[in-house]
Write a protein that binds this ligand. Structure first.
Ligand SMILES: NC(=O)C1=CN([C@@H]2O[C@H](COP(=O)(O)OP(=O)(O)OC[C@H]3O[C@@H](n4cnc5c(N)ncnc54)[C@H](OP(=O)(O)O)[C@@H]3O)[C@@H](O)[C@H]2O)C=CC1
Ligand SMILES: O=C(O)C1=N[C@H](C(=O)O)C[C@H](O)C1
Length: 270
């Protein structure tokens, strides 16, 4: 067990953080060497297992990421954009793999992450599930096959605690659709319709977001044409799906050269 590569989970008290802890504890490929949360969080200084309502683990939750990273080979990070940027620099300084599930980055933050990735192994995806990554491949193919007579709309639904929209997954699907069409998503995307919007522009890729209850994550890519509609759909019903994808990415990335990778690379779908 002691020989397994060490991994640190950031944001351990979060929905994904706790799921990741459970998956690493059950893993035969990685071992948990650090548990990081935000300074001021009431889990800081507590035993991780007890804080999660389970058995004692002997691992204390810390807000000192630098110290926690010392024993690790990989960081799995599902937190918030500003936190992830900080962790990416620390991971790069120490030559650690950084698996990023965080979503909601601005373009400037994405540029910064890309700069850091030149000197470190970074895997980032708005969705770490096999199903969604396969759906991006299908979306690209369908968008390539159809012309702008077919309007592309991406509809996503998530729980009422989600803070960013469109979801990271919706943006991945939008990028795939834009790639299939041979256009830039920045030019084609239509977000946040309200009021007298005017008729839909041919070629636009529209986004709509539903927030409610405990929905884990649902995504439809709708190709609406004259007299017919094609709908590609993914429904996630268990967050463990994302956590397992992240662990797979961490193990895979340990053998890679510095650079930026996504889940298509990890899953061999590129
Ligand atoms: N790529 C994928 O497959 C998936 C991505 N996600 C994304 O992962 C992110 C987290 O989602 P979720 O777990 O639901 O959110 P939560 O809010 O439940 O968890 C985020 C955690 O990060 C902590 N955090 C925030 N800032 C820091 C910091 N500076 N240092 C350490 N910890 C910090 C939060 O602490 P506090 O609450 O005290 O602020 C919280 O514990 C989101 O961006 C979400 O979209 C989610 C699921 C799948
Ligand atoms: O915040 C979430 O919960 C999720 N976030 C990711 C996203 O933004 O797409 C992935 C998944 O849909 C759950």
């Amino acid at each position: 067990m002691g020989d397994l590569p060490g991994v640190v989970i950031t944001g351990v008290s979060g929905r994904m953080g706790q799921m990741l802890v459970r998956e690493v504890q059950a893993s035969e490929k990685l071992r948990l060497t650090g548990a990081v949360d935000r300074a001021g969080h009431d889990w800081i200084g507590r035993d991780l297992g007890l804080a999660m309502g389970g058995a004692e683990t002997g691992l204390l939750v810390t807000d000192d990421a630098e110290a926690a990273f010392a024993e690790a080979r990989a960081i799995i990070d599902f937190t918030a954009p500003a936190a992830t940027l900080g962790f990416s620099r620390l991971a790069a300084e120490r030559g650690l793999v950084h698996v990023i599930g965080t979503t909601g980055f601005s373009d400037e933050e994405l540029d910064e992450l890309a700069e850091v990735a030149k000197g470190s192994v970074q895997v980032r995806a708005g969705n770490m599930s096999l199903g969604v990554n396969l759906l991006t491949v299908l979306t690209r193919k369908v968008a390539e096959a159809l012309d702008t007579e077919f309007d592309i709309e991406i509809v996503e639904a998530h729980h009422n605690r989600k803070v960013d929209a469109p979801s990271g997954t919706a943006l991945m699907l939008g990028e795939a659709a834009a790639e299939g069409r041979g256009v830039s998503l920045a030019d084609a995307s239509d977000r946040g319709r309200d009021g007298i919007t005017g008729a839909r522009k041919a070629g636009d890729i529209g986004f709509s977001a539903i927030r409610g209850g405990d929905i884990v994550g649902e995504h439809d890519v709708i190709f609406a044409g004259p007299g017919e509609r094609i709908i590609l759909r993914h429904v996630a019903s268990d967050r463990a799906l994302f956590a397992r994808g992240a662990l797979k990415a961490a193990s895979w990335a340990l053998d890679q050269e510095p650079g930026f990778y996504d889940m298509l690379d990890v899953l061999g779908l590129n």
